[in-house]
Ligand binder design. Structure first.
Ligand code: FAD
Length: 408
């Protein structure tokens, strides 16, 4: 009998399991997750999940998995993949056979290199349990230090300010958000954080880190000293590839898959944050995305292909971040291209378009209050997907509607 096993009960694994049933598959589906919750959304963990309702926002209710006869095994880690016998082994020794396997193992927070300090006051943010631990420390007047000026660190900084904590954010590079958005967008984000009372220190080097039961003390290479009640390390993530690597699957900055999400084993697929794949529209450049929408798209493609289809990844990457009342959206891959064009949308909102020398649009990064940039970023995504050369002056002019460029 056919048996599909999915390792990793996150955004991607959960949605893939549900999609198998929605596509009419009636064989066995086993969804195995190391966490003790059914699949839940991670984006709120640094946003409303810190400031407001701390309950997890589930992808589906527990009853949905039962009704769909999905065998959901929680608090269960897959420790071994035996491709020859087509079986995965759980941490309690249980063997689960598969005919087709999906690896949706996601990523984990990168830990502080070289740090031997193990303290409940030094945390990272990846899971609901992490968010709860961080939340406990954030009270009016409490002191938060964050290492890393990426999206998660900045979102957490904004949330902590809303809770009345004082926040110092340390970034090792000369500017925040150096991976993934143009400098002008990063400057707008930095200005807003400063206005809200977040102290951002760029080019920061932590020389020493001392943790006691009472607090954390950091010394910086320039002699600066930071004392905090909580130190959150937000320096990126690492894909969970160990299971695949030990089983001999190809790895390349993630579990390497083709455009159908198939690994180097024809009965095993990988999807979501754990995999790297060739990106159409960018000359099949291999990328690994950490994006909520991409994890969802992968889930649907993987489910179709587990059932014999050969769907391909065609979507243009898209990502968003909420900080204070600002929403930042990025469509495409921001590569720091030298041809950058700014389009002002009013009310402080603007978009930076990045183009190549032939006028091909590579990325559009926008920032503004609320939904100010959403419609134009959506159209930019379609312009990128169209693969046509676009006039830079037209992109810069708010009087030229992007819809008209798309129709031209
Ligand atoms: C704090 C935070 C905020 C974010 N905000 C945004 C945002 O604003 N916008 C955006 O686009 N994206 C955002 N993201 C990224 C987005 O949440 C991820 O891209 C998405 O969750 C990826 O889904 P996934 O299923 O591939 O991986 P994950 O969500 O990481 O799920 C993988 C699951 O697999 C489990 N697992 C791993 N190995 C095993 C094993 N061997 N056995 C059993 N289970 C295993 C893990 O425990 C985990 O539960 C955010 C992420 C975080 C952490």
């Amino acid at each position: 009998m056919n048996s599909i096993v999915i390792v990793g009960a996150g955004e991607c694994g959960g949605r893939a399991a549900l999609s198998l049933r929605e596509r009419g598959y009636t064989g066995a589906v086993t969804l195995i997750g190391a966490e003790d919750h059914p699949p839940y959304e991670r984006p709120p963990l640094s946003k409303d999940g810190i400031v407001g309702n701390v309950d997890p926002r589930f992808v589906a209710g527990l009853g949905d998995y039962t009704a769909k006869q999905i065998d959901l095994r929680l608090s269960a880690s897959v420790t071994r993949l035996d491709r020859a016998s087509r079986v995965v082994e759980l941490d309690d020794g249980t063997l689960v056979p598969y005919t087709k396997l999906l690896l949706a193992t996601g990523a984990r927070a990168r830990s502080l290199p070289g740090s031997e300090v193990n303290s409940p006051r030094i945390l990272s943010l990846r899971t609901h349990a992490d968010a709860l631990r961080i939340r406990q420390h954030l009270t009016p007047g409490s002191r938060l230090a964050i290492l890393g000026g990426g999206f998660i660190g900045l979102e957490l900084a904004a949330s902590a300010r809303r809770l009345g904590a004082t926040v110092v954010l340390l970034e090792g590079l000369p500017r925040i958000l150096s991976r993934g958005v143009p400098a002008e967008i990063a400057a707008a984000v930095a200005a807003r954080h400063s206005a809200e009372g977040v102290e951002i220190i760029c080019s920061a080097r932590v020389e020493t880190l001392r943790a006691t039961d009472e607090d954390i003390r950091l010394t910086l290479s320039d002699g600066g000293v930071i004392e905090a009640d909580l130190f959150v390390v937000g320096i990126g993530s690492l894909p969970n590839v160990e299971l695949a690597a030990e089983a001999g699957l190809a790895i390349d900055n993630g579990i390497a898959v083709d455009r159908h999400l198939q690994t180097s084993d024809q009965d095993i697929w990988a999807a979501g944050d754990c995999c790297s794949f060739p990106l159409a529209h960018y000359g099949d450049r291999r990328v690994r995305l950490e994006s909520w929408r991409s994890a969802q798209e992968h889930a649907l493609i993987a489910a179709a292909n587990l059932l014999g289809a050969s769907d391909t990844i065609t979507a243009v990457p898209w990502f968003w971040s909420d900080q204070f009342d600002l929403t930042l959206q990025v469509a495409g891959l921001s590569t720091g291209s030298t041809r950058a064009v700014r389009r002002d949308l009013g009310n402080g909102a603007f978009i930076i378009f990045e183009m190549d020398d032939a006028g091909l649009l590579l990325a559009a990064s926008g920032i503004g209050p609320g939904n100010a940039v959403a419609r134009d970023i959506r159209l930019a995504e379609m312009l990128i997907a169209s693969g046509r050369s676009i006039d830079a002056q037209a992109l810069a002019s708010p009087d030229v509607r992007l819809k008209a460029l798309l129709a031209a």
